[in-house]
Design a protein around this ligand. Structure first.
Ligand SMILES: C[S@@+](CC[C@H](N)C(=O)[O-])C[C@H]1O[C@@H](n2cnc3c(N)ncnc32)[C@H](O)[C@@H]1O
Length: 281
């Protein structure tokens, strides 16, 4: 797999003015899994140092600064950094890449965050770099909180020739709106299918993970998907404690490998860097 090409494809979509503006319009939690993870961390992270990776136009800035004013956000795209600074002039926002956190000292952060499937934008090899860098900058006992797409979930099963149109509601004129939505969705099938096959050229897969096209942005993104067992393995192999807390998106329930994970779109993960064991006397 060509990691540089994957990077170019995903950066190109994120950098589009429409993507920046679309993300800038979002506020609050993305889903119940994110809310549950935030609640669990809130008390513990009070006024402790936080590093927010892939901050985008800044949806997470207020959420995280309400935990701690010791906050730095980074993004690898100048357009995102500019938007985040404009939206949050009081926050420390910098240009930086999650795969190389050389500007941050080892053991300097209590919480590292990579929200909204941001970590899924990079190749499998680079994902392991992000995990290693997050581990390095965290203090012992610190937490890497990230969200990631479920390889057994709906996003991995979507296809552009099966368009997603919400069911008609019962408001006046609903059937006309529904028909127009279907017409628009069907008209986009050829373009989306062409993009999907271009994205498939970057396909890479291993045991429990894959890099494959993603429906958001009209099938212009190519992202990483992981099963829960593989997620647990990669987190533990990167030095984090085994059995991280993992929350599903719809209800914010904590999930494990024996649950039915087919309806779960993505996971919010709290991976904890272990504290060194005390030497016996
Ligand atoms: C889906 S957006 C999420 C934005 C924001 N964190 C949120 O939750 O609303 C993902 C962001 O991650 C950034 N990103 C992706 N890969 C990155 C990397 N390797 N280093 C830094 N930022 C990255 C993208 O530019 C984009 O702004």
């Amino acid at each position: 797999m060509n990691a540089d090409l994957l990077d170019r494809v995903n950066r190109a979509w994120y950098a589009e003015p429409g993507s920046v503006a679309g993300m800038a319009a979002q506020c609050g939690f993305t889903d119940e899994g994110e809310r549950a993870a935030y609640r669990l961390l809130a008390h513990e992270m009070h006024q402790r140092p936080i590093l927010d990776l892939g901050v985008g136009p800044g949806r997470t800035v207020d959420l995280l600064q309400s935990l701690s004013t010791d906050y730095v956000g980074i993004d690898y795209l100048p357009a995102m950094v500019e938007a985040a600074r404009a939206n949050h002039p009081q926050a420390d926002i910098r240009l930086g890449d999650a795969r190389d956190l050389g500007d941050f000292a080892s053991e300097s952060k209590a919480l590292v965050v990579f929200s909204y499937h941001g970590i899924d934008s990079v190749s499998h090899e680079d994902r392991l770099r992000v995990l290693a860098e997050a581990w390095r900058v965290l203090v012992p006992g610190g937490t890497f909180w990230f969200s990631t797409l479920n390889a057994s979930g709906p996003a991995a099963r979507y296809r552009p020739w099966l368009p997603l149109v919400p069911p008609a509601d019962d408001r006046p004129g609903a059937w006309l709106r529904h028909t127009l939505q279907w017409a628009g969705a069907l008209a986009r099938v050829p373009t989306h299918t062409t993009r999907y096959w271009h994205g498939r050229a970057l396909l890479e897969a291993g045991t429990g993970w894959a890099v494959a096209p993603f429906f958001a942005g009209g099938w212009r993104l190519v992202t990483h998907y992981t099963t829960l067992p593989e997620l647990q393995r990669e987190v533990a192999d990167s030095g984090f404690a085994a059995n991280p807390a993992v929350f599903e998106d719809a209800h914010g329930h904590r999930v494990g490998v024996t649950d039915d994970l087919r309806p779960v779109f993505g996971f919010n993960v709290l991976a904890r860097k272990p504290r060194p064991r005390m030497a016996p006397d």
